[in-house]
Design a protein around this ligand. Structure first.
Ligand code: HEC
Ligand code: HEC
Ligand code: HEC
Ligand code: HEC
Ligand code: HEC
Length: 248
């Protein structure tokens, strides 16, 4: 700014009046263009792209102690092997994914703050009999469950989604609201889109904040779940937007 003023002063002696007026105008105009461009960039990143930007730390995922595939357990359709070939049983019949409901494992999601991750006993219910002995992940699972004679120990899952300590999040009211208002479900599945408006089962609401987990071999965070996203949805749906609703 200082250099601009001295520029104008310097020119005062020799420059015509119209240029003296034009130069500051251009400077102010330039700042306006920069502001508009910044607004456009911000709009594109947050609004139009809609997706969190991976370089900013979203889409995060972790290597888990056991590579638990949601695809096999919650997905549907025929299972594939490592090279992408379709799998069949000894009789040549297709081996399909289990299509388990999300709430089969995340049992408290419809009643409590936490969704809950199942204890190892719930895995060994099937896996003491099911699955290849040669699978390193299932060997680890059997060790945790104590099936192989080791002393039982919980699986130390790493959290993928985690709010900061000062934020309160509760699953129950969200699942209740979204099951009753399916048109508000985000990233809806075909099942929701084909729905004529009546209440849907809880598992169809999870996509709003977690994306299509049943299609993920490894869970990752796909929504930003930043304050802006929470507050926008609260405002649009008559939910509380006062600070104390979400901050303790
Ligand atoms: C057979 C049990 C089982 C079923 C069925 C299941 N999950 Fe999971 N889920 C788990 C386990 C175990 C973990 C922890 C390991 C991991 O993160 O992959 C988990 C992790 C998650 C996480 C990440 C939690 C975190 O750390 O932030 C989300 C989100 C999730 N599941 C959603 C779903 C949804 C949605 C469905 C239904 C489409 C579903 N799950 C079905 C067992 C299950
Ligand atoms: C309802 C029965 C059932 C439950 C409950 C279950 N699983 Fe599975 N799981 C299966 C079946 C079936 C397969 C596919 C086995 C195959 O590929 O031959 C499988 C596959 C797996 C695999 C892949 C193994 C590999 O190397 O290909 C892992 C890992 C696994 N399960 C972990 C878990 C964990 C951890 C839990 C508990 C949170 C769990 N399962 C709960 C039935 C179950
Ligand atoms: C309105 C957004 C929203 C919806 C809808 C939602 N979640 Fe979550 N979920 C979150 C947030 C936010 C967290 C992190 C919570 C925290 O750190 O306190 C989370 C955490 C989790 C976790 C890990 C921690 C825990 O609570 O045990 C699991 C598992 C999970 N969600 C499963 C589900 C399932 C299954 C559904 C559907 C039945 C679902 N969520 C629906 C936002 C949502
Ligand atoms: C899909 C829209 C939607 C999103 C996204 C959403 N919420 Fe909500 N939330 C609601 C609605 C609707 C209610 C009120 C449900 C009811 O009780 O009728 C609610 C209720 C709550 C409540 C209970 C408030 C009270 O005192 O009754 C808390 C806490 C909360 N949300 C926190 C969050 C946080 C934190 C996030 C972001 C991580 C979030 N919500 C994201 C729609 C949403
Ligand atoms: C609907 C839920 C919700 C409401 C209402 C809400 N917040 Fe937040 N807030 C969050 C979530 C989730 C985070 C953590 C994620 C993030 O940083 O955006 C957060 C983070 C913050 C942070 C930390 C930001 C940072 O960069 O670390 C501050 C400060 C904050 N909120 C202030 C407020 C104030 C002041 C109000 C009231 C005017 C408010 N919040 C209302 C959900 C909410």
């Amino acid at each position: 700014m200082a250099s601009l003023i001295s520029f104008i002063r310097e020119r005062n002696k020799t420059t015509p009046t119209w240029l003296k007026i034009l130069v500051p105008l251009l400077a102010v105009g330039g700042m306006g263009v920069v502001a508009v461009l910044a607004a456009v960039v911000a709009f594109v990143v947050t609004g139009w792209l809609g997706q969190p930007v991976p370089v900013l730390g979203f889409e995060q995922t972790f290597t888990q102690p056991i590579n638990f595939p949601h695809t096999v357990h919650a997905g549907t359709g025929q299972l594939t092997d490592a090279s992408g070939g379709l799998r069949t049983n000894q009789n040549g019949e297709p081996l399909n994914a289990l299509g388990l409901d999300c709430t089969f494992c995340h049992r408290t999601v419809t009643t409590q703050a936490n969704a809950g991750v199942p204890p190892v006993a719930q895995c060994s219910f099937c896996h003491q009999a099911i699955g290849l002995d040669s699978s390193p992940d299932l060997q680890q699972l059997r060790a945790n469950a104590g099936i192989d004679g080791s002393s039982p120990s919980p699986i130390d899952w790493r959290r993928v989604h985690r709010m900061p300590d000062h934020v309160r999040f509760v699953h129950e009211p969200h699942i209740r609201y979204l099951t009753a208002n399916p048109s508000k479900i985000g990233n809806p599945s075909d099942e929701v889109i084909g729905n004529t408006g009546e209440a849907v089962k809880p598992a169809l609401t999870c996509s709003t904040c977690h994306g299509d987990v049943a299609a993920m071999a490894q869970v990752k965070q796909v929504e930003s779940l930043k304050m802006g996203q929470c507050v926008d949805c609260h405002r649009d749906n008559g939910a509380p937007t006062d600070c104390a609703a979400c901050h303790q």
